[in-house]
Design a protein around this ligand. Structure first.
Ligand SMILES: [Zn+2]
Length: 195
């Protein structure tokens, strides 16, 4: 039996930094510098490669150029979301977040497999009403990057697409509840009256 006592946590002495047991400090430091350098240059390579695509996409969304933005997304995304649904999602994002004010890349990973070259880029987007972390998945085409997916880490968006009938959460951008089939329209109460 192990008792885990939370109050003990602050008292335990941190273990002393271990001296370089195996290969000597010099080697470790050089190895560390190489690792950091490699990571740094990979980050910058990835950022300069991929970020312009993501930034253009977010700009188009912000300018409500949904057709052009939809043109940047991949086949798999288009299969799960029609251009109408995409436009609806864009409108909801704009409505909930406000205008795009800026942003920065907080992480990027580029990898090449037998299937092609892929990238994952985490982008911290600053909107007027909220800062949202967006994780993009991209695939390299001939001379450009195709956006395969974008995940918005936002409770507000998740709530916007919660089913009004059965209360289950849905994929952001859904038109109908995946569980009960009820229509979902986060902008229902904001549409101007017809006429
Ligand atoms: Zn439902």
């Amino acid at each position: 039996m192990v008792d885990f006592d939370h109050t003990e946590r602050g008292n335990s002495k941190s273990s002393r930094t271990r001296s370089c047991l195996l290969w000597g400090c010099g080697f470790s430091i050089v190895a560390l510098l190489i690792a950091v350098g490699a990571f740094w240059s990979l980050f910058h390579y990835g950022r300069s490669e991929v970020a312009p695509t993501v930034e253009k996409f977010l700009e188009l969304m912000d300018q409500q150029e949904y057709e052009q933005a939809y043109g940047m997304v991949g086949f798999d995304w288009k299969k799960t979301q029609s251009s109408d649904e995409f436009e609806n999602l864009g409108t909801v994002i704009r409505d909930r977040f406000g205008g795009l004010e800026g942003g920065s890349v907080s992480g990027v990973k580029v990898s090449t497999t037998t299937q092609g070259t892929f990238a994952q880029l985490a982008y911290s987007a600053t909107y007027a009403k909220e800062t949202c972390m967006i994780t993009f998945t991209l695939e390299k085409a001939a001379d450009s990057w195709i956006i395969k997916g974008a995940h918005f880490a936002s409770d507000q968006l998740v709530e916007a697409y919660r089913c009004p009938n059965c209360q289950s959460t849905n994929v952001v951008g859904s038109k109908y509840c995946g569980k009960c089939g009820s229509p979902i329209d986060p902008l229902a109460d904001r549409k101007p009256p017809i006429g």
